[in-house]
Design a binder for this molecule. Structure first.
Ligand code: CP
Ligand code: NVA
Length: 325
C-alpha cells in the first residue's frame, strides 16, 4: 500500500503527521491556541473563501467543527456527501472530481475509507487537502489532542501517553507519527495479531523518532504495564466506522482486557488526564466512571477540534498564497 504522496508536490496538505515536521506541528498547536484565546481577531480572515467537505463516512465533531470554524472566520463550507455524488455512483474518477472542485473552492477536507484515495485527491488538487480521517490516519484529531494535552499539562516533551485498545487504527497511527516526534513517551497496549497491532510503517516511524528524541516507545499486550506512570490515558472506539458490525461481539471480547477502567487509571499518575476522540461507548473502550469522571477532558478535546481546524485552514491557505499575512 502506498501511504505517502509523491514528494514532488509543491502544495502543502495535511495527509498524515508523518509528512509534518516537529516545527510544523508545534506551529499548528500555537496557532490553534492563539485563535482559541482571541477568536474575534480572526473573524473576517477567510471572508469569501470556500471549504469543500467531502464525506464518505459519518461525523459529528469533524463536520460541525470545520463548518462552524469556517463560518466564524467569515468563510463558507459546503458539505459534499459522496453517496449523492458522481464519484460515489462510480460515474466519475477522483482525479476529475478534484480537478473540477478546485475550480470552485479554496480548500478541501475529506473523510474517506481508503487512505490511497486521499493521496490521489492531493495528487490532483491545486488547493490544500486536509485528511479528516481515513482508515489509516486521523491527523487533525491528534493535533487537537496535542493542543489539549499541552493546555492541561503545560508541555508535551517528557510526558507519557498510554493508548489502549484497537491499535491497527487511524488514531493510533497518528499518535505513533506524532508523539515520539514531539518528545512524548508512548506505550500502546493491544491484543496480539496484525489486525490489532499498529501498521508496520507507523511502528517504524515511531521507533525511529523515539530513538532520535531519547523517549521510550513500546507496543505491549500488558495493559497495566502500559498505564504505569502515564500522564495521558487515551482510548478509541473498538468499532471504527469502517469495521463491519458483525464483528462487534468478537471484538468486544478481544479488547475487554484493554478497557480503561478506574483500576487501570490508578496505574497512571494521580493527575493523569483521560482522552477519547469520541464517539465513545460507555462499558466498552472505557467505563462510564472514567469518561464522566474528573480526569476526563474529552469535551475540551472535542472543542479543540474547531480551534485546530481553523488554525490548519489558515496555515495551509497562507502557504498556498490564497490569503496573505
Ligand atoms: N473524533 C471525530 O473525528 O469525531 P466524528 O467522527 O464525530 O467527526
Ligand atoms: N477510529 C475511529 C475514530 C472516530 C473518530 C474511526 O475510524 O471510526
Amino acid at each position: 500500500m502506498r501511504l505517502l504522496i509523491d514528494k514532488d508536490t509543491t502544495m502543502r496538505h495535511l495527509l498524515t503527521l508523518e509528512d509534518w515536521t516537529k516545527e510544523q506541528i508545534a506551529e499548528a498547536i500555537a496557532a490553534a491556541r492563539a485563535i482559541k484565546a482571541d477568536p474575534g481577531a480572526y473573524a473576517d480572515i477567510l471572508r469569501r473563501k470556500t471549504l469543500c467537505m467531502i464525506f464518505e463516512k459519518p461525523s459529528l465533531r469533524t463536520r460541525l467543527s470545520f463548518e462552524a470554524g469556517m463560518n466564524q472566520m467569515g468563510g463558507h463550507a459546503i458539505y459534499y456527501d459522496t453517496s449523492t455524488s458522481p464519484l460515489g455512483a462510480g460515474k466519475e474518477t477522483i482525479a476529475d472530481t478534484v480537478r473540477t472542485m478546485c475550480r470552485y473552492v479554496d480548500i478541501i477536507m475529506a473523510r474517506l475509507f481508503k487512505h490511497e484515495d486521499i493521496l490521489e485527491m492531493a495528487r490532483h488538487a491545486t488547493v490544500p487537502v486536509i485528511n479528516a480521517l481515513t482508515n489509516f490516519s486521523h491527523p487533525g484529531q491528534i493535533l487537537a489532542d496535542l493542543q489539549t494535552i499541552e493546555e492541561h499539562k503545560g508541555r508535551l516533551a517528557g510526558l507519557k501517553l498510554a493508548y489502549f485498545g484497537d491499535s491497527f487504527n487511524n488514531v493510533t497511527h497518528s499518535l505513533l507519527f506524532a508523539c515520539p516526534k514531539m518528545g512524548l513517551h508512548l506505550s500502546v497496549a493491544c491484543p496480539p495479531g496484525e489486525a490489532y497491532e499498529p501498521d508496520p510503517r507507523a511502528f517504524a516511524a515511531a521507533r525511529a523518532d523515539a530513538e532520535r528524541n531519547g523517549v521510550t516507545f513500546q507496543v505491549t499486550h500488558d495493559a497495566a504495564a502500559a498505564a504505569r506512570d502515564a500522564d495521558v490515558v487515551y482510548t478509541d472506539s473498538w468499532m471504527s466506522y469502517h469495521i463491519p458490525k458483525d464483528q462487534a461481539e468478537e471484538r468486544a471480547a478481544l479488547f475487554a482486557p484493554y478497557r480503561v477502567t478506574a483500576d487501570l487509571m490508578r496505574q497512571a499518575k494521580p493527575d493523569a488526564i483521560f482522552l477519547n476522540c469520541l464517539p465513545a461507548v460507555r462499558g466498552m473502550e472505557q467505563t462510564a466512571d472514567v469518561i464522566d469522571g474528573p480526569q476526563s477532558v474529552v469535551f475540551d478535546e472535542a472543542e479543540n477540534r474547531m480551534h485546530m481546524h481553523k488554525a490548519l485552514m489558515l496555515i495551509l491557505l497562507r502557504e498556498a498564497g490564497t490569503i496573505s499575512g
